[in-house]
Design a protein around this ligand. Structure first.
Ligand SMILES: C[S@@+](CC[C@H](N)C(=O)[O-])C[C@H]1O[C@@H](n2cnc3c(N)ncnc32)[C@H](O)[C@@H]1O
Ligand SMILES: [Zn+2]
Length: 1011
């Protein structure tokens, strides 16, 4: 047994660079990846879970309490991979970390040697009993899955019934039946033996496919020439309200059908005008030779343009008209089966034997006949299949839309998300396994396969002309309306069909059957665990983060089908929302204003209360010698205080923290830099009941010492920027969280958070001191000891800013240009996903900016518009070129205008006077707060700063004014050494390949010449 006093490996070190790289790579979801079992939002990469689990489970060989037997066995095991292993404990630690980094690779996840070593190490660390890993917010199951892979016992629960079915299949059914023998019937009713879950699923999946093909063929008739439809491309329609027009406007976002090189097909439109009738838009398929021949969209930014009279139909009218059609995905027929309105068939995509690629044709009356037939067939089905469950129209939060957007267009129930023919097909696919008497153990997996089809077979599925295939509904964590949608034929041989649905599940089952233990899945509220006290050896979880994802709302899209497909099946014996019968909303631990608890909308305070209660429950089920790990998003540090204090109040000691970047450099989310996109793994221990009270002076100095020692070590190991800050947080918090409370000499309690501008610790709070120490140390790294104090605010801010944006080696290039601005509020019904044009410069969330700069006495107001710009919660460091006008006046923008040294000096004087005037507006400090320097001027600070001078020189280089640059540099070098020191420091911080770096290198070369 590992003693509680013995540090676990993750409490002393962790290979974050390698694990981040593997985590990011894994997002490309290779074949058989467990995430393909079912969509779930914010899944943790398995790489990160596997590596963190090993770090939590293994002891640190350098700890004096580390069991000797573990070290002996670890050396033997690691020798299988690395040859002989030295006697040194430090080297053993290094090798264990190396192994963890390598094993994080998806390619090694099922490799026999890595598995043998990984499981062997866990067994050697816990020889007496198999460790129990508990995850109460298990979602798609990444954490418990990896626990099983490493030979642990896994207990996974989630409140959500969809997540529960995923967890049950992944952690119980696949390990249990993965290698089982199945007695199944063949086509002729003869019983045959099929080995393994994957093949059994393939066998029954095919039976469903054949039966569905037979039943549904009449609704997707082939063309007279034998071509078979694989998809129908529809447009919702509205009526033009232009005076005297009244044309039916097909809402089309793109008229392209195929936009591949060498295969270009599009729709073109013609207007037919007949007396006493509104004009009519008629479609035709053609091969465009030029982009310009393809008609412009008829719908943009939620407004429609009439192709007949060019009158614009405003968004509100468009929505009102669609509302009368329940969203307009269905065709409206008269009682003779003639189309009179609703969805308009733009084109039919077909395939034909012997012909390569897809063919496109316009709609024929037989196409509508088949739809009419399907509509009639659906009307004969029992009402239970009509998916009348309502969609909540209230937007969950300003940061999340959930399903609410579609309700603006009259899609008020789940049924309206599907056309009648789609509903009919999906109903039959959900019923057939029961009709065919497929055995119960295979049914949950088939239900998950059905959900794959549901994702592709709805009126929110687009036609992707570049790939010539459908693109499913959940491209992001919301359901946006799609005006022109593709209706995939679920029985055809094309992506999105039933076969590809069950094949994905089979791939997962095939790849994942080597678990030595079977997990346990449950549907449970994390605040009320079914587990007994002190039963978990590892409590590792990834809870929801405020309002970022409305899981329950989103999952209803699948739940409405799952509960039908699995009705009467034991796995559907789940708790649901008592009012709606949908997934539970009240207990869900999120901020979601579209739901209420005791009559109050669920807000940030609700989230904080609930998560704190889940932490308390976690503390209850943890053994005294357990380790815990909680994953938090770290895009911003907003809300951190609340979460951390919730954990501490629940009785956790925070002992380490590791950021893991999961975004590939190319897939940066709008407004985050690569270095700031990821999550922090906070490593914790249960605090003993007799932890007692800490002395503030000692706690503070222990924290400072920890950071001072730890930060340079991290930097030496290539951990840089925000990663380094977040890696220091855990160790910094340890000194504070190991006590029940911390008191000053005058017996005042020091809280975790407070007012960072206050003076007294009991008001300022511990975190402000942590960030102050961190920023100071970071600056010391960049500017050197003696210089830190000497530089002005803007230099310190720029250095800190660029330092924070640096990324850990192997994580990407660091200091990425910002990707795009946020989507605007009114984009609710825009189905246009293109990112807006990015602004140049480096950027970070305001909240992070404040955290690192405020403790250093940097006041952003003074720097705004000079060196930074703040917009929508994002701080942008102005590219030096954007400072040209400010620093060089017109000469910078008018190439012909010559300036000399005297002009430059005059400009400098003018700018100084202006800034001094601004600085006269001195802000009076509030009582009990530190006095603030006037904007633009820290005490005794120059108003034309070293940074201004350096940027001016860089601009002169950029403008090719080499003579003037030389003259300026002669003065600068004579005046002070700071100019040169700053140039050196910033050279290490401006990212390679950036404009700034190039200009700065030019200035440095010129400086050498001048000297
Ligand atoms: C960040 S996700 C977990 C993702 C998971 N680690 C994965 O890799 O797929 C958070 C989960 O918490 C669940 N959840 C929210 N409130 C809950 C509660 N009160 N009890 C249990 N689970 C809850 C959500 O359904 C969601 O699946
Ligand atoms: Zn018109």
């Amino acid at each position: 047994m590992i003693r509680a006093s013995c540090k676990r490996l993750i409490e002393v070190d962790f290979p974050i660079a390698a694990v981040s790289a593997h985590s990011a790579r894994e997002k490309a979801t290779p074949k058989g990846h467990p995430s393909m079992l079912h969509l779930w939002w914010a899944r943790r990469p398995l790489a990160a879970c596997r590596a963190v689990l090993l770090g939590l489970l293994l002891p640190d060989p350098c700890d004096e309490d580390c069991p000797t037997d573990f070290k002996t066995t670890a050396r033997e095991l690691l020798a299988k991979r690395y040859g002989s292993v030295s006697k040194s404990d430090v080297e053993l630690r290094e090798l264990l970390l190396k192994f963890i980094g390598e094993f994080a690779n998806w390619e090694h996840a099922a490799n026999a040697m890595y598995l043998e070593i990984g499981r062997g190490l866990v067994k050697a660390a816990h020889p007496e009993e198999t460790p129990v890993v508990v995850d109460p917010f298990a979602g798609g199951g990444s954490i418990p899955l990896e626990a099983l892979r490493l030979g642990c016992e896994a207990f996974a629960s989630d409140l959500n019934p969809v997540a529960y079915v995923i967890l049950k299949t992944l952690l119980e059914d696949i390990p249990r039946y993965g290698n089982a023998e199945f007695k199944l019937e063949d086509d002729k009713g003869k019983v045959i033996t099929v080995h393994g879950l994957a093949d059994a699923l393939r066998h029954v999946g095919k039976q469903v496919k054949e039966a569905a093909e037979k039943e549904l063929a009449q609704y997707y008739p082939p063309d007279p020439d034998g071509s078979r439809p694989i998809a129908y491309i529809w447009a919702r329609t509205v009526r033009c309200e232009g005076i005297g027009c009244g044309a039916e406007i097909p809402l089309v976002r793109s008229f392209w059908l195929s936009n591949k090189a060498g295969r270009r097909w599009a729709l073109r439109r013609r207007i037919e005008r007949h007396q006493d009738q509104p004009p009519k838009v008629v479609m035709d398929v053609f091969e465009p030779e030029d982009e310009k021949e393809v008609p412009k969209p008829t719908v943009q930014n939620g407004k429609a343009v009439c192709p007949c009279c060019n009158v614009v139909l405003p968004a509100v009218r468009m929505r009102a008209q669609l509302t009368t059609q329940s969203g307009g995905a269905d065709v409206q027929f008269d009682h003779n089966g003639r189309r009179v309105g609703g969805a308009l068939l733009l084109s039919v995509v077909t395939v034909r034997g012997g012909v390569q690629g897809r063919c496109y044709r316009v709609a024929e009356s037989r196409d509508y006949k088949a739809v009419y037939k399907a509509k009639n067939a659906l009307s004969k089905l029992p009402n239970t299949f009509l998916l009348v469950e309502p969609i909540n129209p209230v937007r969950p939060s300003p940061n999340a839309r959930g399903l609410s957007a579609v309700t603006r267009c009259g899609i008020l129930s789940f049924g309206s998300l599907f056309t009648a023919r789609q509903t009919l097909a999906l109903v039959r696919l959900s019923e057939l396994p029961r009709d065919l008497n497929i055995e119960a153990s295979l049914r949950p997996a088939l239900a998950l396969a059905l959900d794959r089809v549901v994702m592709s077979v709805s009126s929110l599925t687009r036609w992707n002309a570049h790939a010539e295939k459908m693109q499913h509904a959940f491209g992001r964590q919301a359901l946006p309306i799609v005006w022109d949608f593709a209706e995939v034929v679920p029985t055809a041989d094309a992506p999105g069909n039933w076969e590809s649905g069950y094949e994905l599940v089979c791939d997962v089952a095939e790849k994942w059957l080597s678990s030595p233990t079977i997990g346990q899945a449950d549907q449970a509220d994390a605040c009320q665990s079914p587990l007994p006290s002190k039963s978990a050896g590892v409590w590792f979880t990834d809870p929801p983060y405020y309002d970022s994802i409305p899981y329950a709302d989103l999952s209803d899209f699948f739940f409405v089908w799952l509960r039908r497909a699995l009705s009467h099946h034991p796995s559907m014996n789940v708790r649901v929302d008592s009012k709606t019968g949908l997934t539970p909303k009240t207990e869900e631990c999120v901020w979601n204003q579209s739901h209420t608890v005791n009559g109050q909308p669920k807000d940030g305070a609700f989230f904080e209360r609930t998560i704190a209660s889940a932490f308390r429950e976690g503390r209850r089920v943890m053994r005294d010698d357990a380790v815990a790990c909680v994953v938090f998003a770290h895009k911003t540090t907003e809300g951190w205080e609340a979460l951390l204090s919730g954990m501490m109040q629940a009785g956790f000691i925070i002992s380490a923290s590791w950021p893991i970047t999961t975004e590939m450099a190319t897939r940066m989310v709008a407004r985050d830099s690569a270095a700031l996109a990821g999550s922090v793994h906070l490593v914790c221990r249960p605090r003993p009941a007799d932890a007692g009270v800490g002395d503030w002076t000692e706690v503070k100095s222990a924290m400072e010492k920890r950071i001072r020692e730890w930060l340079p070590t991290l930097v030496k190991h290539g951990v840089r920027g925000a990663d380094a800050i977040f890696s220091c947080l855990g160790p910094a918090l340890e000194s504070y969280s190991k006590f029940e409370k911390v008191l000053t000499a005058s017996d005042r309690e020091v809280p975790l958070g407070g007012d960072p501008d206050a003076i007294e610790p009991e008001q300022r709070g511990f975190l402000a001191y942590v960030f102050e120490t961190l920023s100071k140390e970071a600056l010391r790294q960049v500017l050197g000891d003696a210089e830190t104090e000497g530089f002005e605010e803007d230099s310190r801010m720029t250095a800190l800013f660029l330092w924070t944006l640096q990324s850990t080696k192997a994580n990407g290039n660091g200091g990425k240009k910002i990707a795009a601005a946020e989507e605007s509020e009114d984009s609710d019904d825009k189905d246009d996903d293109k990112p807006k044009k990015a602004k140049a410069g480096f950027s970070m969330p305001f909240d992070t900016f404040i955290r690192i700069t405020r403790p250093m006495g940097i006041h952003y107001a003074a720097l705004e518009h000079r060196v930074i710009e703040i917009e929508k919660g994002i701080v942008r460091l102005l590219p030096v070129r954007e400072r040209s006008q400010q620093l060089l006046g017109e000469a910078a923008t008018r190439p012909g205008l010559e300036i000399n040294l005297e002009d430059v000096k005059q400009m400098e004087l003018g700018l100084m006077t202006q800034r001094q005037q601004e600085a006269a507006l001195l802000a009076k400090p509030k009582r009990g707060q530190k006095p603030k320097p006037a904007p633009g001027q820290a005490q005794g600070e120059a108003t034309f700063t070293t940074l201004d001078r350096l940027h001016r020189a860089m601009l002169l280089f950029g403008l090719g004014r080499s003579t003037l640059l030389r003259q300026v540099l002669e003065t600068e070098l004579r005046q002070s050494q700071r100019f040169e020191r700053l140039a050196l420091a910033l050279n290490a911080l401006y990212p390679e390949g950036s404009d700034e770096r190039r200009m700065l290198e030019g200035v440095q070369a010129a400086m050498r010449a001048v000297k």
